[in-house]
Design a protein around this ligand. Sequence first.
Ligand code: FHN
Length: 441
Amino acid sequence: PKKDTIALQHGAHRIGNRTDADMARWRSLRFGQFIHWGVYAIAGGEWNGKVYNGAAEWIRSWKEMPHEEYDKLYRQFNPVNFNPQQWASQAKDMGAKYMIITTKHHDGFCLWPSKYSKYNIAASPWKKDLLGPMIDAYNKAGIDVYLYFSIIDWNHPDYRPSLKNAADSAAGKRFQVFVKNQLAELLQRYPTIKGFWFDGTWDASWKNDGAFTDELEQYLQSIHPGLVMGSRLRADEKGARHFDSNGRLMGDYEQGWERKLPEKIEDVHGNDWEAVMTVPENQWGYHAKWMGHVKSANEILEMLVKSVSLNGNFVLNFGPKADGTFRKEEQDLMTNIGAWMKVNGDAIYNGTYAGFEKQDWGYYIRKTGTDSVYMVVFNMPVSGNLRVKMPARTYLTGVSMLQNNVPLTPELIGREEYFLRLPNKQSDVPVVILLKTSTKE
Ligand code: FHN
């Protein structure tokens, strides 16, 4: 926080992270699955034989695609192969502990039969609710569900990016009531959800009414105490987003880490945070022709591990097809990540910043509140020597491989400083070593 604080009515209402059980749970889960699913999946990034180079879920904004054509796509939305139990079990097998689903993206199409908009799943050939069965299936698999909700709504007659005159302001007021109604409806229909994931809050019409965003956040908390909501919902009365005009985080965690990660612990200023990541370049919804680099399981695992090592959660995005199935690349990725998580997940869940000096071989993660520290090795040195430098007054009491409990014998090379060597230097996946430590005064 900046030193000179200004008086704010609608800035952050809390200094430091939430300490309650609901937030502790969110923090312990560490690995989430994001799903972008909606009528954009029908177009799959193509229209009239042409390929859209932007993000598939933005195709409605492409000059090649007339809005009227996009707005008719819902008449074809019929995910006959949608199997929520299978979705949930593959997410569980991948190791995800929470899931975020797009209830409504910028196009305004609602995956639930909303009372407040006709542009919803009930009007599609599928006819029935999609969200309910999905939430139930994930919950049954032990996975917490969060609801993505876009404030930008291209379908709603009252949505305005900015309010330029009295008529706009009147529309803006009606739109706020609509948003509030839809969110209350979601909470009432799906009481097991753990939080909202807001998006599309950057337009002037939204961020210039900090008071409303503040009231809305409190209203949602009052209906469903404990809800977890990130920093994208709020603005303060000066229009500052994420961080108020005094530099304090608004919302329950920093939600600005989209397709990028912090480098070092100082970058997150002690705040809870979460990163969301796409598998290819900037594609969230289903795009038939992925462009650019497609991340491998090892690359994703490194991002997950790095996030946890810096006190954050990591959420990997999937864009299912319009028929309700996942493309092969995404299925394979889930399988490969899951194979590693089954063996090494102990290093991830409930993991936190370890407070050890970073080394080039990879990342340290501490099991929250314990003396167990995991080393996750991504870059094996040619020498085979993994350097471990303990913080002052910390001692090594045991070293073993997480995958099979085989003990390793550390070589003392300096004061509280060791080399570790693995029985086998070669590995196609990151290797995890468990350090048991003790601290003396
Ligand atoms: O515009 C959206 C985008 O389509 C996607 O939903 C991402 C996910 O974080 N959020 C917005 C861009 O920040």
